[in-house]
Design a protein around this ligand. Structure first.
Ligand SMILES: [Zn+2]
Length: 511
């Protein structure tokens, strides 16, 4: 079969999938207008792919990691789509201005605007999957912030792609290019992919044939290990809801692979974790968490995993049921087919918290400190009972009247008196920046590692702390005869001026 025949074959398949979905939908739902596709009409020159909101960060860490996990597959599918002649349009909604000066954005802004017609009502999708504030499941919830500031940095944006977040702009670009069919990718399917400007609803209304890439979208649903409900199930359910409403689904990776359009067979899928923390954004546990592993696009594979940091092999533990994690660990997983690894190396990080410490007898702010390296009388001073910026101390959705506000990197020293028995504290990122539009564009940039040294010896360390997380708990026994304790806020690699770290309810226990 030559390449043209492959392409022809692919689009017949796509058409059949589309028609099947449409017919199925129309048995349940009446839509005004009609879909008059013939196989010859669904051709690459008349097809666009619109990718919605592949943000570089989301307040929910599991949601964030699931976006990153789609990137390798998306890159290869889009590369093949471009070669076929499909127009790629990135729609990053509220962070579109991050692409100011990009030729792909400026070209889209220059389009001659046309009035978008309304030829039929929006598809009546009834989303039945359970939702919630966060996709991490039971345990600590990720707090809401709007901290993303662009799309995933690993996405490949090509010269001839376009970037736009406006319905009229996208409509005008499609008309200008004679496009009739639109395939949607991105997140979150039940929210932005369905309803945002330039998304399914407004373009469907304008008469475009809209489809959904089943393997390259993710819905914002929930994780419930108790009932076995996973975010993958939520996405499938939402995709089916859309299909019922007349938006057919297509597995782009599989169709392209079967048509021989993918350049290589290197793995493009990760094993997915729920919940999903990473070293740079750990999932914090109180006592334990139940972790579910899935590989929805790697049919006929077995998942193997390790919890000792080593890369999984075909001899590693076979995943058969959700895992109970009750110790700090890096969990690594890979999918194998006939003994051959067919996934990308995948990992997750879970950090166990100790018990909440008691309040101190002597609060830190009542003691004088040696501000090593800080300039006296300048702003570069730790603040007593205030954040580094002089605002109330706020960590993990709570306000504190006791504590100290720092900015990383910093190391501040206190003298240890003979009666000091333990050092206790909570520590986390200051949350005052969330008052400004939920920390829009900035909240992702704060990251601090909190450390404790006694006479030069490290006694305790937090994992990388991010905003809207539970605060880390310190309860450290002080060896007899110790002289100095240093509280450290360490930059976690970002070198961000937003690395505001608070030690709250911090001080010494004398009993
Ligand atoms: Zn979460």
């Amino acid at each position: 079969m030559n390449k043209n025949q492959c392409i022809q074959c692919l689009f017949v398949v796509m058409f059949l999938v589309a028609v099947w979905g449409w017919a199925k939908a129309n048995s349940d739902v009446k839509v005004t207008g009609s879909w008059n596709n013939k196989p010859t009409e669904l051709n690459p020159e008349k097809t666009a792919i619109i990718i919605v909101d592949m943000w570089n960060y989301h307040w929910c860490m599991t949601a964030s990691e699931r976006v990153s996990a789609m990137v390798p597959r998306m890159n290869v599918v889009l590369e093949a789509a471009r070669e076929l002649g499909m127009q790629i349009i990135w729609n990053p909604s509220d962070v579109v201005t991050a692409y100011s000066g990009y030729p792909q954005y400026e070209k889209a802004l220059a389009v001659e605007h046309r009035q978008r017609p309304t030829v039929r009502p929006v598809p009546k999708a009834e989303f039945t999957a359970p939702g919630g504030d966060c996709m991490c499941g039971p345990g600590f919830k990720c707090g809401v912030n709007y901290g993303w500031d662009g799309m995933s940095p690993d996405l490949m944006i090509a010269d001839n792609d376009l970037i736009s977040a406006s319905t009229n702009e996208i409509y005008s670009l499609l008309v200008e290019r004679g496009i009739t069919d639109v395939i949607y990718m991105g997140v979150h399917t039940n929210m932005c992919v369905y309803g945002k400007p330039g998304a399914i609803s407004p373009l469907w209304q304008a008469g475009f044939n809209c489809m959904l890439a089943r393997d390259l979208n993710d819905a914002f649903t929930t994780y419930d290990p108790g009932s076995g409900y996973t975010p993958d199930m939520g996405t499938t359910e939402i995709d089916e809801n859309l299909q019922t409403a007349g938006i057919p689904n297509i597995n782009m990776g599989e169709e392209f692979r079967q048509a021989g359009l993918l350049k290589s067979d290197v793995p493009v899928d990760y094993v997915r974790f729920a919940p999903w923390g990473k070293l740079e954004r750990p999932y914090l546990m109180d006592k334990k968490t139940i972790v579910t592993l899935t590989a929805p696009w790697l049919e006929g594979t077995e998942i193997r995993y390790t919890a000792d940091g080593s890369e999984p092999t075909k001899e590693s533990s076979l995943y058969t049921a959700p895992l109970e994690i009750s110790q700090t660990c890096v969990l690594r997983a890979a999918a194998f087919r006939n003994g051959k690894c067919v996934s990308l190396p995948s990992l997750a990080y879970y950090a166990l918290m100790q018990a909440i410490p008691p309040k101190p007898d002597i609060y830190l702010e009542d003691l004088s400190f040696i501000a090593n390296g800080y300039l006296p009388d300048f702003l570069w001073q730790p603040q007593k009972c205030k954040s580094f910026e002089g605002k109330p101390l706020r960590v993990s959705k709570k306000s504190y009247s006791h504590g100290m506000g720092f900015r990383a990197p910093s190391s501040v020293q206190y003298e240890i008196k003979p009666e000091y028995k333990r050092f206790v504290a909570l520590a986390g990122i200051d949350e005052n920046m969330l008052d400004d539009n939920h920390g829009r564009f900035v909240a992702m940039h704060s990251s601090v590692v909190f450390q404790l040294f006694i006479d030069g010896k490290q006694m305790a360390e937090s994992p990388v702390m991010r905003i809207s997380q539970e605060s880390w708990r310190f309860d450290v026994k002080i060896p007899q005869g110790s002289r100095h304790i240093n509280l450290v806020c360490m930059d976690a690699g970002s070198r961000s001026l937003l690395d505001y770290g608070n030690w709250v309810d911090a001080g010494f226990i004398t009993q």
